[in-house]
Design a protein around this ligand. Structure first.
Ligand code: SF4
Ligand code: FES
Length: 246
């Protein structure tokens, strides 16, 4: 099939960006979206032109490296799917596709479709960990945890830190990301000693990084490739309140 791409090109953080048009010819419907971009880049390189920069690593939907807007939707049109797991069979011959980076003040563009997501790392550094001694794996296995709690903790732990929730949110809020981390640790015994302080510190860091506030749009949940629920934001808000007054 033949696909027409309109891709955001931006040479660097301070550079002025623009959309450029490319035509991808002879694209098999079995190719993944990123392999289709690889084909475009091979041609650009052969022609002596700058390839399109985009983030990727595992290409299996588990590392969180990939992600950009496809026709205005984070990770593209499929629910619960990262862009590396999106395939060209979801498009028809002649389709015109618009691709651009996450748009958020806290995620400045590094180049083309690559944005700087180190703000997420700094939110984690503010408290998204357990610093008390928790023993070895056998010790952890000997601590009983109710089945419902383990299920919910593991659901929250699915977050891969891709940033789609921020890109989807009209306020560019990182609440779903932070809430996933807080909920994951708040449901496990090892996370209890620092539980409320963690919520306060991580949300404070979020504000310092210029993410917006949550106003309950729910766009984050819809865009999340790992189905993180906005219920986690309710958890975060409860712990935040307890932490603020303790
Ligand atoms: S909450 Fe979902 S959309 Fe947000 S960073 Fe985690 S996996 Fe990505
Ligand atoms: S490249 Fe790892 S999740 Fe997409």
């Amino acid at each position: 099939m033949r696909i027409v791409l309109h891709v955001w090109r931006q040479a660097g953080r301070e550079a002025v960006g623009r959309f450029e048009r490319y035509v991808a010819e002879d694209i098999s419907e079995h190719l993944s979206f990123l392999v289709m971009l690889d084909r475009v880049n091979e041609r650009l390189t052969t022609e002596g032109k700058e390839p399109i920069a985009f983030d990727h690593d595992c290409r299996e939907g588990i590392c969180g490296s990939c992600g950009f807007m496809i026709d205005g939707e984070p990770h593209g049109p499929l629910p619960s799917t990262t862009v590396c797991q999106l395939h060209m069979r979801n498009y028809r011959d002649g389709h015109e596709i618009r691709i651009e980076p996450w748009r958020a003040t806290a995620f400045p563009v590094i180049k083309d479709l690559v944005v700087d997501r180190t703000a997420f790392d700094r939110i984690i550094q503010a408290g998204g960990f357990v610093s008390v001694r928790t023993g070895s794996a056998p010790d952890a296995n000997s601590i009983p945890v109710p089945k419902d709690d383990t299920e919910r903790a593991m659901d929250a732990a699915q977050c891969i830190g891709c940033g789609a929730c921020v890109a989807a949110c009209p306020n560019a809020s990182a609440m779903l990301f932070t809430a996933a981390k807080v909920t994951h640790l708040a449901l496990l015994p090892q996370g209890q000693p620092e539980r409320f302080r963690r919520a306060v510190d991580m949300v404070a860091r979020q504000d310092e990084e210029h993410f917006g506030h949550c106003t309950n749009h729910g766009a984050c949940q819809n865009a999340c490739p790992k189905d993180i629920s906005v219920d986690t934001i309710a958890w975060l808000n409860r712990d935040l309140l307890r932490g603020a007054f303790s």
